[in-house]
Write a protein that binds this ligand. Sequence first.
Ligand code: FRU
Length: 493
Amino acid sequence: LMKTYSEEYRPQFHFSPDSAWMNDPNGMVFYEGEYHLFYQYYPDSTVWGPMHWGHAISTDLVHWQHMPIALFPDSLGYIFSGSAVVDWKNTTGFGSAENPPLVAIYTYHNPEIAKAGGVDVESQGIAYSLDKGRSWTKYEGNPVIPNDGNRDFRDPNVIWNDEIQKWNLVLSAHDHVQIYSSVDLKEWTYESSFGIDAGAHGGVWECPDLFPLQVEGTDETKWVLIVNINPGGPNGGSGTQYFLGQFDGHQFMADSKETSWIDWGRDNYAGVTWSDVPKEDGRRIFLGWMSNWEYAQVVPTEKWRSAMTVPRALSLIQKNGQYIVKSVPVKELGKIEDRTMVVESEALKIDGEKELDLHGINLNQSRLSFEFDLGEAHPESFGLVLENDLGEQVKLSYSTSTKQFQFDRTKSGDMSFSDKFTGVASAPYDIGTSVKLELFIDAASAEIFVDGGDLVMTEIFFNSKPYSKLQIFSKGNPVTLNRAEIVALDSIW
Ligand code: FRU
C-alpha cells in the first residue's frame, strides 16, 4: 500500500508495528465498517517497557493502516491489556444514542507501587472515543475496579449480555478469573470466580475472554472461556487454554475442569476476539500475538519486535463425541492470493522423499495446502520439510505410533538468541484415513491448520535465507498426496 517492509524476518501479510516493541492484541472492536486493533506497545524500545495502546485500523482484516498511539501511561500507571466495546445504548452517558461511544476497558499497572513491593499494583480503568476511535478521553472516575488484593489483577474483557441486560466483564486474578457485571461500565459488581480448581496452573492466568458460540449445525449454544497462561503452555512458556460451559450472567459453569488448547504451537499468545462484529456476519474472530514470553524480547529482529497471527474465525464443532473450538484463517485472506500451483491430476504416491516443483513460487510468503491419503497400512510417519540451500529447515511430521504432530525448528536458522527457543513442539491428534494440512508461511512464521482447523500450531523461526525447497516424506508405508496447492501471497503493505 504505502509502505514496503524489507527488513530481514519482516512479515509481509501479518500485522507488525512499524517500529518498536509490541505484545498482546487489545481492544479489538468493529465499528462503522472498521476493525480496530489496539496492542500493547512500547514506542521507545524493541523490548517491553511502559505500556501504551498502539492502534491500527482495517476494513477487511487483511490490510492495516497504522494509527497514532491511542492511550498513553498516566499517573495511575501503564496501560496494560484490555478490551473495547461499542456502547450502543450510551449506558455510560459519554456519547449519545446517535453517536454511541467506543469504550476501552483496560488495566492500569502502577510501576511505583510495584517497585515499593505493594500488592495493589493493578486496577481497571476506562476511556472513550466519540470519533470512531481516533481520539480517546480517559474517564475521570478511574479506576472503575480498584485492586482487590491480588497482585496480578488484569486484562478485563467486556461483553454486552442480552440475557441480563447488563455488561459482563471477565478479568484474570493470578490463578483464576473473576466475573463482574455493570449497567454503565463504570460501577461494577463482583459476581463469581472460576478456575482455582480447574485448568492448567503452570503459570499466571492472563487475558481472558468469554463469549457464546453456537455448536455448528445445531441450535445449541455454549459459552467459551478463553484463558491465556504464562508459563505453562502445552509446549512450554505462553499458551492459550479454553473451557466450554454455560454462563447465566453471574457464574460460568464449565462442562469439564480439563483444559483444552486453542493452539498447540509455541507462538500464539494473549489471543482474544473481536467485539461487535455484526450479527449478519456472525463470526467470532480471534487474533493472537505470535510470540512467547520465553524469548519474545530477544528474537533477532532489529527495528521492530513481533507480529500478530492471521485473524482466525472460531467455531464450535462436535467431533468424536467431543466439543472442540476450531480456528480457521479468515476468508478475507483470499484477497491476497496470487499465483497458484496445483498438483492433483495424478495423485502422488510418496515412498521416501519427494521434492515438489514450486514453479517459481516464493515459499516464504505462501499458503500451502495438502490432502493426504494414509491408505490401508498407515505410514510410521509422514510430513513435509521446508529447506534452504544452507541446509536450514523446519519440519512438520505426524507419527502414527505416538499419534502426534510435531513441529521441529531445531535446524531452522538463527537460534543463538535463546536456549529456550530450541526443541520440538508436539500436539496429540487422532488422525483419520485422510488428512488435510494447510500452512501459512510468512518470512519467519508458520501457522498450521490440520483438517480445517481442528488442530492448530503456530511457530516462528529465523532462517538466514528464505526456504526454497519443499519436500514431502513418508516412512514405513507410502502416503498418497491427493492434492497440493501452493499459493503465492501478496504483501499487505
Ligand atoms: C500478557 C500480559 C498481560 C498484560 C500485558 C502487559 O502478555 O502479561 O497480562 O496486561 O501482557 O504488557
